[in-house]
Design a protein around this ligand. Structure first.
Ligand SMILES: [Fe+2]
Length: 298
C-alpha cells in the first residue's frame, strides 16, 4: 500500500539559512502556507518542508499510499489500535495522520508519486561492456541536479518498537539490517531502501537522500555545495547495504543531506539479511560525529 517516501519535514530555527542551503544542494524552493518547501527540478512534488522552530527537529514524515489503498491501510491501523490524529501545527491537513511509537508525526498520503525528471542515458565503459564511443565522459556531465527524494533515515531509541510499527502496522518490509545498529526498509519493488532507522538514545532526523543521474553528478554537485561554504561531509564512497554511491554534506543543523546514484533495485523475491559490516565498501571512514543525534529529547 505504501509506495515510498513522499516528503520529510524539519523544524529549523532559520528558514533563510535553510533556503540558501537547499538551493545550494540543487533544490528549487518556494513558500507554501508559511513553510519553506523544496522540490527537485522537473518533479512536481514537494520533497522537503521546513517550518520555523526553536531548534532543528524532525517535524513529520510523509509516505505516499497507492491510489485506492488508504482504506485498507486505515483498517490495518484500526486492527493495531493506532488512532488517527490531527496534523502537527504547520503541516498540511491532507491524508491520514498517525504518530509513531516515539512521537514522530506520520502522514499517509493517497497519491501517485510524481515522475522524476527524465535524464539522458548514462553510458559507461566498465567491466567487459563498452557503451560509449567517441564521446568524452568529462564533456557530458551536464545534469547534476537531484531528480527525486529516495529515502530518509531517522534515529530510534527502540529498533523493535519502530519495526513493529513501520513493518507490522504500516506494511514496510525489512530490506537488510546492520545488526543492532540500522534497519533498512523497502516499500516493495524498487529502491533497496526508502526509509530506515538508526539506534540512538532518542528520536531524531539523521539524513535525507536524493538521487542524481550519475556518480559524476554526485561529485560535481557536492563540490558546488562545498564552494558555497558547506564543506563538511563524507564521501565519495560506495555503501555496503544498498550499494549506492554516496556523498553526504552536513546541513546547518548537524544532520546530513546525501546525493546517491546506482542504488540496488530489489523485487519481491529479495531476502533480507543481518550484516555486521561497516557502512561503506570503499571511501574514507565517516566523520566522528556522523551518528551524533543533536536533537533535543522530546
Ligand atoms: Fe542514505
Amino acid at each position: 500500500m505504501i509506495t515510498g517516501l513522499h516528503h520529510y519535514a524539519l523544524a529549523v530555527p532559520d528558514l533563510g539559512l535553510a533556503d540558501t542551503f537547499l538551493q545550494g544542494f540543487g533544490l528549487e524552493t518556494g513558500e507554501r502556507s508559511g513553510a519553506l518547501v523544496g522540490r527537485c527540478p522537473g518533479r512536481d512534488q514537494d520533497q522537503v518542508r521546513m517550518v520555523e522552530g526553536p531548534t532543528k527537529q524532525l517535524h513529520h514524515l510523509s509516505f505516499s499510499v497507492a491510489p485506492g489503498g488508504l482504506d485498507a491501510l486505515r483498517e490495518r491501523l484500526e486492527r493495531a489500535g493506532v488512532a488517527a490524529t490531527d496534523p502537527p501545527a504547520g503541516a498540511p491537513d491532507e491524508g491520514v495522520w498517525v504518530v509513531d511509537p516515539h512521537g514522530t508525526a506520520v502522514q499517509l498520503l493517497e497519491t501517485e508519486p510524481a515522475p522524476a525528471r527524465a535524464v539522458p542515458d548514462v553510458l559507461h565503459n566498465v567491466g567487459g561492456t563498452y557503451q560509449r564511443f567517441d564521446t568524452p565522459a568529462w564533456r557530458n556531465v551536464d545534469d547534476v541536479l537531484p531528480r527525486r527524494l529516495g529515502h530518509c533515515l531517522v534515529f530510534t531509541p527502540d529498533q523493535a518498537a519502530s519495526t513493529a510499527f513501520y513493518v507490522d502496522v504500516l506494511g514496510f518490509a525489512v530490506s537488510d539490517r546492520i545488526t543492532g545498529k540500522v534497519t533498512f526498509l523497502n516499500a516493495g519493488p524498487g529502491d533497496h531502501h526508502v526509509f530506515g532507522f538508526i539506534t540512538s538514545s532518542h528520536p531524531g532526523f539523521h539524513h535525507a537522500s536524493y538521487e542524481v543521474p550519475s556518480i559524476d553528478a554526485i561529485g560535481v554537485g557536492a563540490r558546488r555545495l562545498q564552494q558555497t561554504g558547506w564543506a563538511k561531509g563524507w564521501g565519495l564512497g560506495r555503501h555496503t547495504i544498498g550499494s549506492n554511491y554516496f556523498h553526504y554534506t552536513q546541513d546547518p543543523w548537524g544532520s546530513w543531506i546525501e546525493w546517491f546514484s546506482d542504488i540496488d533495485q530489489i523485487r519481491d523475491c529479495w531476502v533480507p539479511n543481518d550484516w555486521d559490516v561497516p557502512p561503506h565498501l570503499w571511501g574514507t571512514p565517516p566523520p566522528e560525529d556522523f551518528l551524533t543525534n543533536r536533537e533535543p529529547q522530546r
